[in-house]
Ligand binder design. Structure first.
Ligand code: 5GP
Ligand code: MN
Length: 329
């Protein structure tokens, strides 16, 4: 449940402030971007000035959330002055300073009130005002309730942005975070104008052939351990470069091996150009994997978690996988 007192406080901040900055985590996903787009539209409709500063550009499949090119890739030389002088800063879909990268470093100690809206379990307290609901399927679900609490209005843009949050973070309403409330809110968003089929096509049916080839590579290079209960795979930077794809083109791949009968946990390693390795952990729901992510400096939900490691995947593979194998001994 979202806290009514906190909602009231945020409602007042949104009414009183004139200039707002919004940000989300590094490598933003549909939930982070959708929540930003919805809040930006809601505030702009009320005559506010809104700046969106993220660590990365909007991935191509989410470009429909960014028709006015409002999403800016944060560059302190160009944007710091604005960021440090807005009335409020909204931080969505993240409760971890490190994953806010330079934006996080620039705002952490300033006196501006920072409002965090999130559904991740976290040890860290990010922001002075925190609207956190770990039971929400997505940050979009919380933003929906906040906008409703503020009296709306909803419009097609907001509805489509929030539907994007819900559909992407629930794996199209398949994952264990999907609740009656997720469906109820999705239904309301359709009433407010979200075209679900068009959104499906925009988000999921515009992939490059090379991304699909990368997926074929992944399926051909799965490793199974612990009698088929753990499936892991690695995408090295060489593979990414040879196919001419991006690191975020692996989004969603870590979910897939769970379709295989007997697989309980999936581990995906993706190497980036800068010598870091992104790890995604997924569980079918019988074992909790975010504790392992936390041990390695990452975090996330009980059945979907991630880590960013410094170095190539081979440096960490054995250590990390042995922790995963321990879940099955
Ligand atoms: P994904 O594997 O899709 O990137 O992330 C799965 C979940 O783990 C998401 O909820 C995401 O926010 C979280 N997550 C991914 N990477 C990291 C990380 O490096 N640190 C933390 N704290 N959480 C992460
Ligand atoms: Mn989310």
């Amino acid at each position: 449940m979202v806290d009514q007192q906190v909602m009231e406080r945020i409602k007042n901040c949104l009414a009183q402030g004139q200039r707002f900055a919004i940000t989300t985590h590094v490598n933003p996903d549909g939930d982070g971007l959708g929540a930003e787009a919805a809040l930006a539209n809601f505030l702009e409709e009320r005559g506010k000035d809104v700046y969106i500063f993220n660590s990365n550009p909007v991935p191509d499949n989410y470009d429909f959330l960014n028709p006015d090119k409002k999403f800016l890739t944060y560059d302190p030389r160009k944007h710091q002055e604005i960021l440090l002088t807005v009335d409020y800063i909204l931080i969505v879909d993240i409760s971890d300073w490190q994953r806010l990268r330079q934006v996080g470093r620039d705002i952490r100690d300033i006196s501006t009130t920072k409002i965090c809206i999130d559904h991740h379990p976290s040890q860290e307290k990010v922001g002075e005002v925190r609207l956190i609901d770990q039971n929400a399927c997505s940050t979009g679900e919380i933003v929906y309730q906040l906008i409703e609490y503020c009296g709306g209005p909803f419009n097609k843009t907001i509805a489509e942005a929030l539907y994007t949050c819900l559909v992407t973070d629930t794996g199209s309403f398949k994952f264990s975070n999907t609740t009656a409330k997720s469906f109820e809110i999705a239904g309301k968003l359709i009433e407010h104008g979200a075209n679900t089929h068009e959104l499906y096509q925009k988000i999921y049916e515009r992939q490059s052939y090379n991304k699909v080839k990368l997926f074929a590579y992944v399926l051909n290079n799965l490793h199974f351990e612990k009698s088929g209960r753990v499936a892991w795979f690695a995408v090295t930077y060489d593979v990414i470069e040879n196919l001419g794809v991006q690191q975020n083109d692996t989004e969603g791949f870590s979910d897939y091996p769970r379709v295989i009968d007997g697989v309980e946990v999936t581990v995906m390693f993706v190497e980036t150009e800068k010598g870091t390795t992104k790890v995604s952990l997924r569980s079918k729901g019988n074992v909790i994997i975010n504790k392992i992510a936390q041990e390695f400096g990452g975090g996330g939900h009980p059945f979907a978690a991630g880590i960013m490691l410094n170095g190539g995947y081979k440096e960490y593979k054995d250590k990390l996988l042995s922790e995963v194998y321990r879940l099955f001994t």
